[in-house]
Design a protein around this ligand. Structure first.
Ligand code: FAD
Length: 386
């Protein structure tokens, strides 16, 4: 077993972990990032059919990382957000003023840009096809065992996703909720252009999102969907092509014209998790989905994960005292994320019923939001991630 040593060791090289790894290496910190997957497999179109709504705030973090320049040309700017309530005729529409709310980017473009950056980053040792099997946080330095290496670092960062091995091995408890919903994800082709409008349609069965994408190779008008459906019913993935397209047509506003599926269908279970603390106060920090996983109804999961990345990377260059850094990181990020976890949980629950009093209060609440310029400003700033 080979021995390695670094300032920072990151377990998990997904979108969040690898962004942090590239940022820290840019900042001159010796960093090791470990991922159990094969990057060639992860970079393929067939690995992850999702799109991500990158907020304006996240685009600034990715610019600092040195990847946004490669990603932006593949993104589609969001200039309007329409929020519809399925049980009423209420529509909230938000229009971006000077700059877009964000960009819809297909995940494989993000991954490829990060992989290129990671390969070129001096000071970053990127270990792939390698799994974190054991950790020891007893001494000042953290020790990590993989199937091939014995690694030591002043700080271990758990960026290994919702089922985080690191979080569990460190004995950090996490709140968990199964929404009993699955997200159906695919690209949809439509007759008329999307005009850079993102739609979030709250329906009793679960939210249905339409996310504007760049045109296809033959100029096809394209949008991505995130369609939340209860796990108690048959997955639309198993429906016939005609039934699937008819359901899409019924859910798209008429302004899109005729719609049909434009790519493979993907399915993701929808759950919530929130770690009771983000550090062990000594040599461990949790970031992104390892710390908090939310419902994708507002497209904020990775965006809040990137804010963890931004905070931790800045703190690590501002001080040498890991204990102070960890205390400050927890203070900066947990309350912010707690608000987002709660907001997504409440929103999903609020719309998932047509029980009269809830439907009524929802109606009143949304009318109030539409009228209140200040509340609108709040929603707009949240969507932009600033
Ligand atoms: C349907 C859907 C739509 C979404 N849309 C949006 C959106 O529009 N905007 C947005 O901001 N967010 C969105 N999200 C959320 C977003 O996808 C996640 O928040 C984000 O991918 C989390 O990244 P991560 O790096 O924390 O975790 P992951 O992507 O889960 O990465 C974890 C990595 O750790 C590795 N790993 C795990 N265990 C080990 C181990 N023991 N050893 C080594 N490696 C290990 C894995 O191989 C993986 O590469 C969406 C989520 C879903 C389900």
């Amino acid at each position: 077993m080979k021995k390695l040593k670094a300032d920072i060791v990151i377990a998990g090289g997904g979108l969040a972990g690898l962004t942090l790894a590239c940022l820290l290496a840019n900042q001159g910190l010796e960093t090791i990032c470990i991922d159990r997957d094969d990057p060639h497999k992860q970079a393929a179109d067939t690995f992850d059919g999702r799109t991500t709504a990158i907020s304006y705030g996240s685009s600034q973090i990715l610019t600092r990382t040195g990847v946004w320049q490669q990603v932006k040309p593949h993104g589609c700017p969001i200039k309007h957000i329409d929020i519809l309530d399925g049980a009423s005729d209420i529509l909230l529409d938000f229009k971006a003023e000077d700059q877009p709310f964000g960009w819809i980017v297909e995940n494989h473009f993000l991954r490829r840009a990060l992989f290129t950056r990671a390969e070129a980053s001096k000071g970053l040792t990127w270990l792939t096809n390698e799994e974190v099997k054991d950790i020891n946080l007893e001494k000042d330095a953290a020790t990590i065992k993989t199937n091939a290496h014995h690694i030591e670092g002043a700080l271990l960062v758990g960026a290994d996703g919702r089922q985080s091995f690191v979080r569990q091995a460190a004995g950090i408890r996490s709140r968990f909720k199964d929404y009993k919903q699955r997200a159906i994800v695919c690209v949809v082709e439509h007759e008329k252009p999307h005009n850079n409008i993102a739609v979030e349609h709250f329906r009793v069965e679960g939210p249905f999102a339409i996310l504007p994408c760049p045109n296809g190779p033959k100029g096809e008008n394209r949008s991505g969907i995130v369609w939340s459906v209860p796990t108690s019913s048959t997955s639309p993935k198993n429906w016939s092509e005609d039934a699937f397209n008819m359901a899409l047509q019924a859910r798209f506003p008429a302004r899109y014209g005729a719609v049909k599926r434009g790519g493979p269908i993907w399915e993701f279970p929808l759950t919530m998790n929130h770690a009771e603390k983000y550090t062990n106060e000594k040599n461990l920090a949790l970031i992104a989905d390892a710390a908090h996983g939310i419902h994708p109804l507002a497209g904020q999961g990775l965006n809040i994960g990137l804010r963890d990345v931004d905070a931790l990377s800045r703190l690590l260059t501002g001080s040498d005292d890991i204990k102070i850094i960890l205390a400050e990181y927890q203070r900066m990020r947990r309350p912010d994320n707690t608000g987002m976890v709660a907001a997504m949980d409440i929103l999903n629950g609020l719309f998932a019923t047509d029980f009269m009093p809830t439907a009524l209060s929802r109606k009143i609440g949304l009318h109030a939001v539409n009228k209140l310029a200040l509340a609108k400003e709040f929603f707009t700033r949240k969507a932009m991630g600033v």
